[in-house]
Design a protein around this ligand. Structure first.
Ligand SMILES: [Mg+2]
Length: 270
């Protein structure tokens, strides 16, 4: 059903806007769910993504961006055009300053300055920063079934958290989520590349044949992990950030790729 829906999405005319979440997903339609519910033997190493895999994240950015666009209230650019511009600004900011709220604040300010004629006033600057601050203050609520599922998985497997972004922010979110107790190690990477996964596997003495990366992002979780020789579990999230979208690659020979509809389904496979 899930793959059918994606095919339908691909047939729709694409909006000229690039939302922060995916509208024209480019998932590989040949990636199929694994219908063989044969549980992997104990002793696997499970690497978990955090944002939009364990807890909601992008929806809070979506809300802040909607408030920002409304505040900007541009005379000539439509909200959709402002949104497209912000996506481009974010791409540039992240390349220079990395992920996280600090970069997001920079992006909002830069976007505002680029789209308005007058220099930004102190008041306006403070207002813009409040949009970003709203993200830092929301409750950390794990997604459905995450806590109970992790509690089961840790009885059979080694579980590590592998996220990217600002280390302080990511550690703070983990503590506030109440999920920290499930993980034997936490890695906050500046970027999730194949090289970064290879280094992580070496550092934590993981056997690639028994190591799985589990996450919602084709770009950061699935494709680089497959390229590093790991197995992967793709857990699509409806509001995945558009900058995380990419076609899901086929697993190389000998590696496996599962696509599951819900986090709780992991207990049937591991
Ligand atoms: Mg994620």
């Amino acid at each position: 059903m899930r793959l059918t829906r994606k095919w339908k999405n691909l047939r729709k005319p694409l909006s000229p806007v690039i939302p922060r979440h995916a509208c024209g997903a480019t998932y590989n339609p040949h990636v199929t769910a694994d219908f063989v519910h044969q549980r992997q033997p104990s002793g696997q190493t499970l690497l978990f993504d955090a944002d939009d895999t364990l807890w909601e994240n992008n929806i809070y950015f979506e809300r802040a961006i909607a408030a920002f666009i409304s505040y900007l209230d541009h005379r000539t650019h439509t909200p959709l055009e402002v949104r497209s511009h912000l996506n481009r600004v974010e791409h540039t900011t992240i390349a220079a300053h990395g992920y996280g709220l600090k970069s997001f604040r920079r992006s909002l300010v830069a976007c505002f300055e680029q789209l308005t004629d007058n220099p930004i006033t102190e008041d306006k600057h403070a207002s813009i920063l409040r949009f970003a601050q709203s993200i830092a203050e929301h409750e950390m609520e794990p997604l459905a079934g995450v806590d109970a599922t992790l509690a089961q998985l840790t009885t059979r497997h080694r579980c590590l958290l592998v996220t990217k972004g600002d280390p302080e922010e990511q550690h703070d979110k983990l503590v506030r989520s109440g999920l920290a107790r499930h993980f034997t190690a936490v890695e906050v990477l500046p970027e999730k590349t194949a090289a970064a996964y290879r280094a992580l596997v070496t550092h934590h003495h993981c056997d690639p044949a028994r190591t799985w990366m589990i996450g919602n992002s084709p770009k950061s979780d699935i494709n680089p992990a497959l390229a590093a020789g790991l197995h992967a579990v793709f857990l699509p999230h409806e509001h995945t950030w558009v900058l995380e979208e990419e076609t899901v690659n086929q697993p190389p020979s000998g590696q496996r790729l599962l696509e599951l509809a819900a986090f709780a389904e992991l207990v049937h496979h591991f």
